[in-house]
Design a protein around this ligand. Structure first.
Ligand code: NAP
Length: 257
């Protein structure tokens, strides 16, 4: 992917201490972005991500903020703007699961998902969008999920919150398009990460069986698409959702299963 360049861009990726956020951070760094690795709990892992960004030829820094906490988000972005004067790319990636069948779902498991996925992108996007509009450029990429499109038992809370990201992305894209700011929604299917590592191996095999490419995606495969979407090569693309799922959504929607 050497043709895509994020040179001179300042990028913030929430939840980049591990998993898909880490993979995106490494690729952003490799393509020249100054990459800010947000984390909430695990500073050591965030530092490891930054080391990997540097090994890939890039640079960046780590920044702690719980995306659920508006005062922490504000403090993080104030620090970033003070030092770097701008944010060119925000990737709202931080995410959690609290899988429970709806009949047993505790209100807490519902609220936690809304808090991280919806309140989190609200606080982070608010923190950058005014500056992006003033600069007449910027990209906000919201990492949703194929679970918002394909029914997943035990994930009513996850699916609902991730579906919310789609509406958020489209509406915001429309509002800020004339200010030169792009907003996109990315819906990964089933990817290898800590989030999926603890799933029942039988469930993993069943998921592979309904995925035309017959496997899960790798972080690097998501990272290369997201890097392209974030780049100026993609300057006429906004308000849309990009599904990266090994073909699963297309097949399940076609047959209604
Ligand atoms: P992961 O390996 O569990 O990593 C989650 C990341 O989010 C961690 O860096 C974690 O930080 C961070 N995080 C969690 N709560 C946070 C908060 N309140 N504030 C800031 N950071 C927070 O998950 P992943 O698989 O990489 O998932 C990344 C994104 O892709 C999520 O939005 C997820 O919903 C989405 N997604 C994943 C898959 C998949 O198959 N893996 C599929 C579709 C969509 P700490 O390490 O500091 O806790």
């Amino acid at each position: 992917m050497d043709q895509v360049s994020l040179r001179d861009k300042v990028a913030v990726i929430t939840g980049a201490s591990r998993g898909l956020g880490r993979a995106m951070a490494i690729e952003f760094g490799r393509q020249g972005a100054f990459t800010i690795v947000n984390y909430v709990k695990d500073e050591k892992s965030a530092q490891q991500t930054l080391d990997m960004v540097r090994e890939a030829g890039g640079d960046g820094e780590i920044a702690m903020a719980d995306v659920r906490k508006p005062e922490q988000v504000q403090a993080m972005f104030q620090g970033i703007f003070k030092t770097h004067k701008k944010v060119d790319i925000l990737v709202n990636n931080a995410g959690i699961t609290r899988d429970e069948y709806f009949l047993m779902m505790r209100p807490q498991s519902w609220l936690e998902l809304m808090d991280v996925h919806l309140n989190g992108i609200f606080y982070c996007s608010k923190a950058v969008v005014r500056n992006m509009c003033a600069a007449k450029k910027g990209v906000i990429l919201n990492i949703g999920s194929g679970s918002a499109l394909v029914a997943m038992p035990g994930q009513v809370n996850y699916s609902a919150s991730k579906a919310g990201l789609l509406g958020f992305s489209r509406s915001l894209a429309r509002e800020v398009a004339d200010k030169g700011v792009r907003v996109l929604h990315v819906a990964p299917g089933f990817f290898e990460s800590d989030m999926t590592a603890t799933l029942d191996p039988k469930f993993i095999q069943q998921t592979f069986a309904v995925t035309p490419l017959g496997r899960w995606g790798l972080g690097t495969e998501l990272a290369s698409v997201v890097t392209f979407l974030a780049s100026d090569d993609c300057s006429f693309f906004t308000g849309h959702s990009v599904v990266i799922d090994g073909g699963r959504g297309a097949i399940e929607m076609e047959f209604g299963s």
